[in-house]
Write a protein that binds this ligand. Sequence first.
Ligand SMILES: O=C(O)C(=O)C[C@]1(C(=O)O)C=C[C@@H](O)C=C1
Length: 360
Amino acid sequence: MDDVLAQKLAPLRARIDAIDAEVFALLTERARTALAVGEVKQHVSGPVLRPEREAQVIRRLQDMNTGPLPGTAIAAIWGEIMSACRALEEPAKVAFLGPQGTYTEVAALAHFGHAVDTVPCINFDEVFRAVEAGRADFGMVALENSNEGAVNRVLDLLLTTSAKVLGERSVPVHHCLMTRSGTLDGVVRVRAHPQALAQCQSWLSEHRPDLIRESASSNAEAARMAAEDPTVAAIASEQAAGLWDLRIVAPHIQDDPHNRTRFLAIGHIEPAPSGKDKTSLILAVPNEAGAVYEMLKPLADNGVSMTRFESRPARTGQWEYYFYVDIEGHQQDAKVATALAVLKSRAAFFKVLGSYPVAP
Ligand SMILES: O=C(O)C(=O)C[C@]1(C(=O)O)C=C[C@@H](O)C=C1
């Protein structure tokens, strides 16, 4: 490094070292305070994780923020700080669709932070079972993709689960094509989760229509298979390539560059109102003319906005549907509570999946 540069860098780095020492002292003090909160909580009933409080901590700092750090960086940094503090109070286990390297794992760690024990599961059924049976405290499941729509199996599992929705997380999905060698020489098949194959179909049809497309239980599982077999390419995340020592043949091959997946965090806790919440419901109405309109009327009557509406056949063979509805607000908010009471009295089926903070 030339001398002039070194002379300019040295005082700036000394300043960063001094700031880090202050940040470190404050973080240590924060961790001790969180431990004190944990002790208080041991004497009152209730969970250690408080999603509403964590959302409020991040929103307050984002409101104070005038740059240069972007709001997403504030959320990521304080998400990890609170994860580490939470783990001091009580370690938590989080179930997700494994193996390591899936986008569900990415979403789980983004949501709960890295100071958790992870429980990789073979499919989403297992994630729900792990939470229901208490083998995991929380679970992360994929709900919908911006291109492919709902993950139907998860919609079905939500219908019967005893677990509650306690949070949401939207993650950008960048699919990469990968092999052992970093080329497609000798490769005859491409494996991925069916959703990923669908999200990359234009690229595959244009560049390598000859590859046999085969579905895998997850993209990370496809990466594991590609690591074992040089005739197999996988579509998976960059993280999966790193984990299985694969080379990327082509990055970002998804048809839509803005491809995102929304995940739900599940568990047995019910967040209190945070000031900016969402409530997820499942409803069904009798199979009659105007029934859906009548079902939704109490929301409009009470000024409650709907942010998502999805239908799923009830599989009775009679063209009846379950409706998956997200509304703005917490079920304890007065107008939401009034609307839900009317909805409940009119619906043939009514289930509140949970109220939770809108993703920071
Ligand atoms: O405020 C609390 O209840 C805490 O336990 C502290 C804390 C934090 O680190 O700020 C940690 C865990 C909770 O989920 C919420 C916040």
